[in-house]
Design a protein around this ligand. Structure first.
Ligand code: G4P
Length: 525
C-alpha cells in the first residue's frame, strides 16, 4: 500500500484517559477536542449542572445519573496526527467495560487531582495499564487551586502506584499564587492567565530566566530553581525506552478548567506517545503496516442512539486498511461478511466512515453477528488476537420477567445484553437465570435497559456476593451442588461453582481436592 499508507498509520495516536471520577477527565477531553477543532464550544462535552450532557453519554441512564456509563470514542486531528480518544467510565461498577477498552489503546493518560492525589479508581485502572505494559502519561490537574505539594505527588506515584516519574514541567506556586509552569522540556516558563503573546518566558542554558521579569524578585522563583536543582540531581533521568515500556511516566502539571498547560501537554504527549505497534496473534506478531486488514471487537453496544435503534460493534483496527463495503472473515466462524454500515465517532456526531487504518476505531452495524473479542481479517485462513481479559463477577441476582407473557422479549433482551458484555448470565440446574456483575450499577443499567429497550420489567431476587470458580474437570458430580456451593452453567455451558464465601470455598476444596477450581482473573496476570 506504499509510503502514504505507512505514514497514515504512523500518524495515529490512540489512547484512553483514566482517572477517578471528578479529577477532570471530561474537562480535559473537551479542551483537547477544542484544540483539534472537533467541537466549537466549550460545554459541548458536558455540563453536569447546566443540563447539557457529554456527547459521549448516549444513554438515558447516564443523563439521569450524570455519569458516563459506557465508553465512547472521539477522533480529531492535530498537527498532522490523527488522534483517537477512547473514553472510559470512571465509575468502578463498569470496570469490565473499561478494562476491555484499555485493550484497544496504545497509551493512557492518567489524570490526578492535585488536591486529592492518587485515588482508588485510578489505582485499579493503572494496574490494568501496567499489566498490558502500555505507556502512561500523567496530567496533574487543578493547579489553580490549593493542592498537595508537587514533590509529595511524585512520591505518591512511586509509593502508591510503584511507577517512577519524570516531570516534564513543574508548577510555580499553586492556587491563588499560581504563576505558571517551569517547562523543562521546552526550556521556558509558561505563565498562567496571560495572552498568547506574553505567555512564554525563555530560559537560558543554566535554566534561569533569560529576560528581566518581576518573578526574579519573588520567593516562588527561588523555590522553583531550588526544586529544579533537586530534580536534576536526585530525580529520575528521562528515558524514552522506559516511557515506552510503561516503567517511567512523564508528568505534566496544569489546569484543564482554565485551559492552562493543556496545549503544551498535548504537543509534548504527541512527540512521545506511541503509534500503533505490532500485536500478538495466533499467527505471531501482526505488523500495523502490513497490508492485510485485521481488527478485533472490544465492545458491543445495543441501542446507542435511540433515534437509530441499532447495535454497534466497536472494532480496533490492528493492521491494513478498512474500506467501506469490504469483505472480511470472522475467524470464530470462518464466515465471510461484508462491512458496509460503518461509523466513526466525532464529538458532536457520528458520521459514515469510508476508510480507516491501523490504530483507528470504527463502529460496525451488528445484526447480532459479533461477539466481544472476535477477530476480523481479510486473511482467509483467519487468526485470533489475544483473548480479552476476563472478569470474575462478584454480585449475583436471580432474574425473572414480571409479566410471564413477555417471555420472548425477556429472552431476547437478556441474550443481547449478555452478548454485549454488559452483564454475565448463568443458568441453574432448574434453568433459573442468574446474572453476575462486577458492580451493583450493572444490575440497575440492565433493569433500565430491559424496560426501555425491550419493554420488559424484571424482578431481581438478590443473592448477594459470591465467589465464582470455574470447574477445570471434564465431569463434575452434580450432587456437590448445594446452597453454599451452587453449581451453575455459564454462557458457554461451562460449569461454575458459586460459593457463599471464602470459608465455603476452602471447605469445598478440602473435601473435594479432585475438583479443579479456576479463577479467570488469575489468567490476566
Ligand atoms: P470527570 O470527568 O473526571 O468526572 O471530571 P470533570 O471534568 O467533570 O470535572 C469535575 C469537576 O472538576 C468539575 O466541577 C470541573 O469543572 C472541575 N475541574 C476540572 N478541571 C479543573 C481545574 O483545572 N481546576 C478547577 N478548579 N476545577 C476543575 P463541578 O463543579 O463538579 O462540575 P461543573 O459544574 O463544572 O460541571
Amino acid at each position: 500500500m506504499g509510503k502514504q499508507f505507512n505514514e497514515e498509520v504512523l500518524s495515529r495516536r490512540t489512547f484512553a484517559i483514566i482517572s477517578h471520577p471528578d479529577a477532570g477527565k471530561t474537562t480535559l477531553t473537551e479542551k483537547l477536542l477544542l484544540f483539534g477543532g472537533a467541537i466549537r464550544d466549550a460545554g459541548t462535552v458536558k455540563g453536569k449542572k447546566t443540563g447539557k450532557y457529554a456527547t459521549s453519554d448516549w444513554m438515558e441512564i447516564e443523563k439521569q445519573r450524570g455519569i458516563s456509563v459506557t465508553s465512547s470514542v472521539m477522533q480529531f486531528e492535530y498537527d498532522g496526527y490523527r488522534i483517537n480518544i477512547l473514553d472510559t467510565p470512571g465509575h468502578e461498577d463498569f470496570s469490565e467495560d473499561t478494562y476491555r477498552t484499555l485493550t484497544a489503546v496504545d497509551s493512557a493518560v492518567m489524570i490526578i487531582d492535585s488536591a486529592k492525589g492518587i485515588e482508588e479508581q485510578t489505582i485499579k485502572l493503572f494496574k490494568v495499564c501496567r499489566m498490558r505494559g502500555i505507556p502512561i502519561f500523567t496530567f496533574i490537574n487543578k493547579l489553580d487551586r490549593e493542592g498537595k505539594l508537587p514533590l509529595d505527588l511524585l512520591a505518591e506515584l512511586e509509593e502508591v502506584l510503584g511507577i517512577e516519574s519524570y516531570p516534564m514541567n513543574w508548577p510555580i506556586g499553586m492556587g491563588k499564587e499560581f504563576f505558571g509552569i517551569y517547562d523543562r522540556y521546552y526550556n521556558r516558563i509558561e505563565q498562567f492567565r496571560k495572552s498568547d503573546e506574553e505567555r512564554f518566558l525563555p530560559l537560558n542554558k543554566a535554566g534561569e530566566l533569560a529576560v528581566d521579569h518581576p518573578l526574579q524578585q519573588s520567593a516562588l522563583y527561588d523555590q522553583v530553581l531550588e526544586e529544579m536543582l533537586l530534580l536534576n540531581e536526585a530525580g529520575n533521568e528521562f528515558s524514552e525506552d522506559r516511557v515506552m515500556n510503561g516503567t517511567l511516566t512523564p508528568v505534566f502539571f496544569g489546569s484543564a478548567l482554565t485551559n492552562f498547560g493543556v496545549q503544551t501537554f498535548l504537543e509534548t504527549y504527541l512527540k512521545f506517545a506511541p503509534a500503533p505497534k505490532p500485536r500478538h496473534s495466533s499467527r505471531g506478531e501482526i505488523d500495523p503496516t502490513s497490508q492485510q486488514f485485521s481488527g478485533f471487537v472490544f465492545k458491543i453496544q445495543a441501542n446507542m442512539n435511540p433515534a437509530h435503534r441499532d447495535r454497534i460493534a466497536f472494532i480496533r483496527i490492528c493492521s491494513g486498511k478498512f474500506e467501506r463495503g469490504m469483505s472480511v472473515y470472522l475467524s470464530r466462524t470462518g464466515k465471510q461478511l461484508k462491512l458496509s454500515q460503518s461509523t466513526q465517532f466525532m464529538a458532536d456526531d457520528r458520521s459514515t466512515v469510508n476508510e480507516a487504518v491501523s490504530g483507528d476505531i470504527i463502529g460496525i452495524y451488528d445484526p447480532g453477528t459479533y461477539q466481544i473479542g472476535d477477530t476480523l481479517t481479510t486473511n482467509k485462513e483467519g487468526f485470533f488476537y489475544e483473548e480479552l481479559p476476563q472478569f470474575t463477577p462478584e454480585l449475583f441476582v436471580r432474574v425473572t420477567a414480571k409479566n410471564v407473557m413477555k417471555q420472548k422479549h425477556f429472552h431476547k433482551g437478556i441474550q443481547q445484553l449478555v452478548q454485549e458484555g454488559a452483564i454475565q448470565l448463568y443458568k441453574t440446574r432448574t434453568e433459573d437465570y442468574l446474572l453476575g456483575a462486577v458492580g451493583q450499577l450493572q444490575f440497575e443499567v440492565f433493569e433500565h435497559r430491559m424496560k426501555n429497550e425491550y419493554n420488559v420489567e424484571v424482578i431481581f431476587e438478590r443473592l448477594g456476593s459470591k465467589i465464582a470458580r470455574w470447574v477445570g474437570n471434564e465431569k463434575v458430580d452434580e450432587s456437590l451442588s448445594n446452597s453454599r456451593s451452587l453449581l451453575v452453567r455459564d454462557q458457554k455451558e461451562q460449569r461454575v461453582f458459586l460459593f457463599e464465601n471464602d470459608f465455603a470455598l476452602r471447605w469445598f476444596q478440602e473435601k473435594n481436592p479432585h475438583v479443579q477450581l479456576i479463577n479467570p482473573m488469575d489468567a490476566n496476570k
